[in-house]
Design a binder for this molecule. Structure first.
Ligand SMILES: [Zn+2]
Ligand SMILES: [Zn+2]
Ligand SMILES: [Zn+2]
Ligand SMILES: [Zn+2]
Length: 190
């Protein structure tokens, strides 16, 4: 769940977001933990902020400046808020997909979401299709069969030519080396 939360921008309504927002980065918390004043942070945000020291909370309640935060002594993982975050209902982050589910279950859906855009594997040699939804990939292969084959042949041809050029340049280099050697030798003789 934390990974998809990190990598995607989910639309979450403001009231709900306020409850599950990190005191530091103001986003939905990733691995939330609670400090003595009751404020909550992403685990990473808190570690970065404290940077090995004891500091007061960044929040602005009266409690925030009453006790120093010490990561070993008074920071707690809050399971209740974990559950709350995993229960937030969100839409699949892929634009054309209208699927909605709880955040905790979204990772499952995203693994199999058929709106996921894929890149044609022939892209690296020139096919320009780079956002094909999964169920259209087969169709693309059928339609572009000839083009794909041609791309492949061109690629092989190109590669062959490059190899030829490479070979000749190696031969040239060898020839050059020989000349230099001969020059040096003839100078030493003098
Ligand atoms: Zn944060
Ligand atoms: Zn606080
Ligand atoms: Zn989806
Ligand atoms: Zn293609």
């Amino acid at each position: 769940m934390w990974n998809i939360l990190k990598e995607n921008d989910f639309q979450i309504d403001a009231a709900c977001k306020l409850k599950v927002m990190c005191t530091s980065c103001k986003k939905v918390m990733i691995k939330p933990c609670q400090v003595p004043c009751g404020c909550r942070y992403c685990c990473d945000c808190l570690t970065n902020y404290l940077d090995g020291e004891e500091k007061f909370c960044l929040g602005d309640t009266d409690y925030c400046k009453s006790e120093l935060i010490n990561i070993d002594k008074n920071v707690f993982v809050d399971q209740a808020i974990n559950r709350e975050i995993s229960g937030i209902v969100v839409k699949c982050p892929l634009e054309s997909c209208e699927f909605k589910s709880e955040l905790g279950k979204m990772a499952n859906h995203m693994r199999t979401c058929d709106r996921q855009a894929l890149t044609c594997p022939y892209c690296s040699i020139g096919c320009e299709k780079n956002n094909i939804v999964v169920d259209k990939m087969e169709l693309h292969f059928k339609q572009e069969n000839y083009c794909h084959a041609k791309l492949l042949m061109d690629f092989v041809d190109n590669w062959r030519n490059e190899m030829k050029l490479f070979k000749t340049s190696v031969l040239d280099l060898r020839e050059e080396n020989k000349c230099i050697k001969e020059q040096m030798e003839s100078q030493q003789v003098k």
